[in-house]
Design a protein around this ligand. Structure first.
Ligand SMILES: Nc1ncnc2c1ncn2[C@@H]1O[C@H](COP(=O)(O)OP(=O)(O)OP(=O)(O)O)[C@@H](O)[C@H]1O
Ligand SMILES: [Mg+2]
Length: 243
């Protein structure tokens, strides 16, 4: 398998572009540099994994990329558009049509079945998903028999997979996944990673995956580390080989 690391493709519009992006939080008298002058360009077809210790700023970084939170300094670009230039509505439309989110804690709606959770406009979506498409997606994540189950009737891993199916329902160009395998067993974790890798390889979906587990980072084509708000890329042939 050829490396698809696109570290140097200045002629291609990056899917994500961060220029000295910072996010500070004030906690009492203390200032927390959750993200500290991050620079990053992610290109179409990249599968970026981000690891780092708890509290290092991974979720904050993903929220900045997805426009869920605004930076205190620097510029965030998404699909060639500066986020700061987008009003709320165009930003929501962009998210709804081109970005899929899997949050750190599966955020399914408890009163809806798995199928309806996938069909639901989602948090940012406005169009309903065709039931057949939603059922297909659930089948694809291995939950064909669970379409009518409520979240409380699903295991943690099944809930995560439902959340993944929902994130894919709008056929996003970019998937932002925050610890989608957080508390899963090794086998289920591997299954989900395989699904993500297939999406990346077969459909060319650009993926940013946050994970605690450095072992999982090798699934990506690029590996970044967050350390106390500082983002650095690991340049290693090992990471680039897609095992
Ligand atoms: N809304 C907020 N208000 C104040 N501080 C925050 C807020 N969100 C995050 N922080 C702080 O920013 C830092 C980074 O948090 P973040 O959630 O991005 O870490 P993380 O790398 O995702 O951690 P984990 O691996 O535990 O999910 C932490 O010190 C946290 O306390
Ligand atoms: Mg987090």
């Amino acid at each position: 398998m050829m490396s698809r690391n696109n570290g140097h493709k200045p002629d291609i519009t990056p899917v994500i572009s961060l220029e000295r992006v910072s996010k500070l939080y004030r906690q009492g008298h203390e200032i927390v540099h959750a993200v500290n002058e991050a620079d990053l360009q992610v290109f179409p077809g990249d599968f970026v994994s981000i690891t780092g210790r708890s509290g290092s700023g991974k979720t904050t970084l993903l929220s900045l990329i997805g426009g869920l939170t605004t930076p205190t300094a620097g510029r965030v670009g998404i699909f060639g558009q500066a986020l700061e230039s987008l009003e709320d509505v165009p930003l929501s439309t962009l998210r709804a049509s081109r970005i899929g989110f899997v949050f750190q804690f599966a955020s399914l709606i408890p009163t809806l079945t798995a199928l309806d959770n996938v069909r639901l406009p989602g948090l940012f979506n406005s169009a309903q998903v065709d039931p057949k498409d939603a059922a297909d997606l659930l089948g694809w994540v291995g939950l064909a028999g669970k379409t009518n189950s409520f979240p409380s009737e699903l295991s943690g891993g099944q809930q995560t997979r439902t959340a993944l199916a929902r994130a894919l329902a709008n056929r996003p160009d970019l998937l932002l996944a925050d610890e989608p395998t957080g508390n899963l067993d090794v086998e289920t974790e591997h299954e989900i990673l395989t699904l993500l890798r297939d999406l990346n390889r077969q459909r060319g979906m650009t993926i940013v995956l946050v994970t605690h587990n450095p072992e999982l980072a090798r699934h990506g084509t690029r590996h970044l580390i967050m350390d106390n708000g500082n983002l650095t890329e690991v340049h290693s042939e090992k990471v680039l080989s897609l095992g």
